[in-house]
Design a protein around this ligand. Structure first.
Ligand code: ADP
Ligand code: MG
Length: 238
């Protein structure tokens, strides 16, 4: 499960309407990428979905249930923060287990989930290390591990690779795509990088000044961009 429906969602900061009324459905299991220039509202939209930011108006439903008034912890979604959000004094295992310990989960179940995440992410050899002893890519995997153990209905990524160097970004892009294939869980991924959008997405949502310019598969957007903005952003020849 992991279907997310936004209906007539708006967001104002003070008097400034950053998101004008917006409707969007993210299908269960889909890898959806929000792409658009800096300041167009990608992070705000993701934070509205996560519940980290209150909507000014509109509703959100997750798997058919109204989630508009639910706090982040009750939405069943997991936001993947950049790797620097790890606790430096805790081991990899403790970092991954952290959200489950906060939720007071049974220790045997915590151990099972951490072992599973370490396996899926190839972190078994590093499980007792501290974040400072890991490479950037390994740290990013730990950050993803912290989301996996929660077994969320959807993963929400906000430019997770922007701090990594170019070579590492390519590798992590593939790893996240592999993870999506393996888990078959909804992923919503924010980036301003067209290459990431085109190579990772099932569906791309092109945003401009808080509104949706076009939604479609990478091929649809490449072949039939609705306007010059989309064409320019996607890099199609139109
Ligand atoms: P993006 O992630 O696409 O770069 P953001 O969602 O961060 O864009 O920002 C969209 C717009 O909302 C920008 O104009 C930004 O300045 C504004 N904004 C974001 N967060 C806040 C905030 N907490 N208070 C006021 N304005 C904000
Ligand atoms: Mg942003």
């Amino acid at each position: 499960m992991g279907r997310i429906q936004l209906s007539q969602v708006t967001k104002k900061f003070g008097d400034v309407e950053v998101i004008p009324p917006l409707d969007l459905t993210i299908e269960d299991g889909e890898f959806t990428v929000f792409v658009g220039p800096s300041g167009c509202g990608k992070s705000t939209l993701l934070r509205l979905i996560a519940g980290l930011e209150d909507m000014t108006s509109g509703t959100i439903a997750i798997d058919g249930a109204d989630a508009t008034a639910l706090p982040p912890s009750k939405r069943g979604l997991a936001m993947v923060f950049q790797s620097y959000a790890l606790y430096p004094h805790m081991s990899v295992a403790k970092n991954i287990a952290f959200p489950l310990r906060m939720a007071k989960m049974d220790q045997a179940e915590i151990d099972r989930r951490v072992a599973n995440a370490a396996e899926v992410l190839n972190l078994n050899d590093y499980i007792d290390r501290r974040p400072g002893q890991l490479s950037g890519g390994q740290r990013q995997r730990v950050a993803i591990g912290r989301a996996i153990v929660r077994e969320p209905a959807a993963f929400l990524f906000d430019e997770p690779l922007s701090n990594l160097d170019a070579a590492l970004r390519v590798g992590m892009r593939l790893e996240i795509s592999e993870l999506h294939k393996r888990l078959e869980t909804t992923m919503v991924y924010v980036t301003h990088d067209q290459v990431e959008a085109m190579t990772m997405a099932d569906k791309i949502v092109v945003l401009r000044a808080g509104h949706i310019e076009q939604v479609g598969s990478p091929l649809e957007l490449y072949r039939s961009p609705r306007n010059l903005f989309v064409a320019g952003f996607i890099g199609s020849p139109k």
